[in-house]
Design a protein around this ligand. Structure first.
Ligand code: NAD
Ligand code: WQD
Length: 340
């Protein structure tokens, strides 16, 4: 298939571009580089040995999106593009709703006009809200999220469901990621957050490489084994493979729109993750325990059985793989991707 990857220069998109090419698909990227660097493209080309065509514009622009579909032959879309910082979305809700919803509407309209009926969407475990039983199952129906960011995922899942119901043949896989971490085993591409990292793994990696003084563990008085929060971390390489599996399964899905949890099914605590990273680096890393972070849930992980059974996909990489690959990327690229 010729696959349009929106947000293909970003963290998960870039790893998925490589997996798509390795699986024999052609890729076209659209990204406005609002949260990524153009230098990632050269690395994708050298790692894949293939030219990667890139269209650089903001997908909220309906006319440019339409022109892209008019000029490129596209069989399927994998839609990663969006803003993703939970805390920032609370202070900039208009920006988040506009960017995430409008870019999706532009894409859906262009897909409809040009008869493209395969879509894979980056959703998130955040759609399960605060009350879903653990492990999270796709059968849980009361989707909600406490942040504007998470709410864009709930709304986009609904929009795609409505558009598919009104369409003649649109097939949508809603992929609900748990906590993606890790990097390509080459150490050439990885997560490169701008400013202070919001998420645990890139923060630990920046402590290890000397860019941050110490990790602050957000609370150790949760009702978990060691008192710190537990999450279902999955390797970005497994996650990327999940996109290829979902894409190739779209035409056979039991319903035109189907949600799939992509996770390992296991929770790991903040302190356990820190210890694993110390093993990868070969030394202890400084940390302190601070107050809880507002909005954090104590523990959740996926029931990944639907993706296991229907997509034939399974997360296979370990926590130690995730840490070793993150460290290879971070130590080789202490400041992330170069500007040019
Ligand atoms: P990322 O920020 O690294 O990648 C997103 C890419 O989209 C960036 O390259 C950015 O420049 C681009 N982009 C943003 N808005 C755009 C627009 N209007 N037009 C064109 N390009 C635009 O993020 P990521 O971690 O790779 O996440 C990819 C997707 O997965 C996002 O939708 C995110 O919400 C979702 N997701 C991420 C996580 C996570 O923990 N990383 C978890 C669950 C879901
Ligand atoms: C993990 C654990 C923190 C940083 C977020 C989004 C979610 C999804 C993935 C997109 C928590 C603790 C963290 C630090 C810490 N993204 N922590 N010190 O919160 O599970 O999920 O990213 O959809 O929607 O909410 O991930 O990596 O931020 O935190 O102690 O400096 O690490 O409290 O327990 P989270 P995270």
């Amino acid at each position: 298939m010729r696959v349009l990857v929106s947000g293909g220069a970003g963290y998960i998109g870039s790893h998925t571009v490589l997996k798509l090419i390795a699986s024999g698909h052609d890729v076209v990227v659209v990204d406005d580089f609002s949260n990524s660097k153009p230098t990632v493209v050269g690395r994708l080309e050298s790692l894949s040995g293939t030219h990667v065509p890139v269209h650089s514009f903001d997908l909220t622009d309906v006319d440019k999106t339409e022109r892209l579909f008019a000029h490129e032959q596209i069989d399927a879309v994998v839609h990663f593009a969006g803003l993703k910082a939970v805390g920032e979305s609370v202070t900039k809700p208009i920006e988040y709703y506009r960017n995430n919803i409008d870019s999706t509407l532009s894409l859906l309209a262009a897909m409809q006009r040009h008869g493209v009926h395969r879509l894979v969407f980056s959703s998130s475990a955040t759609v399960y809200g605060e009350n879903a039983p653990v492990p999270y199952s796709e059968d849980y129906e009361h989707l909600s999220s406490s942040s504007p960011y998470g709410q864009t995922k709930v709304m986009i899942e609904r929009i795609m469901t409505d558009v598919a119901a009104a369409s003649d043949g649109l097939r949508v896989a809603l992929l609900r990621y748990f906590n993606p971490v890790g990097a390509h085993p080459s150490g050439q591409i990885g997560e490169d957050p701008q400013g202070i990292p919001n998420n645990l793994m890139p923060f630990i990696a920046q402590v290890a490489v000397g860019r941050r003084e110490k990790l602050t563990v957000f609370g150790d008085d949760y009702p978990t084994a060691d008192g710190t929060c537990e999450r279902d971390y999955l390797h970005v390489e497994d996650l990327a493979a999940g996109h290829v599996a979902a894409l190739e399964h779209l035409d056979d899905m039991v319903t035109p729109v189907r949600a799939f949890n992509l996770g390992t099914g296991t929770g790991t605590s903040v302190l356990a993750m820190l210890k694993a990273f110390e093993r990868a680096v070969g030394r202890e890393l400084p940390y302190e325990v601070g107050p809880r972070r507002a909005g954090d849930l104590a523990a959740f992980w996926a029931d990944p059985s639907r993706a296991n059974d229907e997509l034939g996909w399974r997360a296979v990489k370990t926590i130690d793989d995730m840490c070793a690959d993150t460290w290879r990327w971070q130590s080789a690229n202490p400041q992330g991707f170069p500007d040019a």
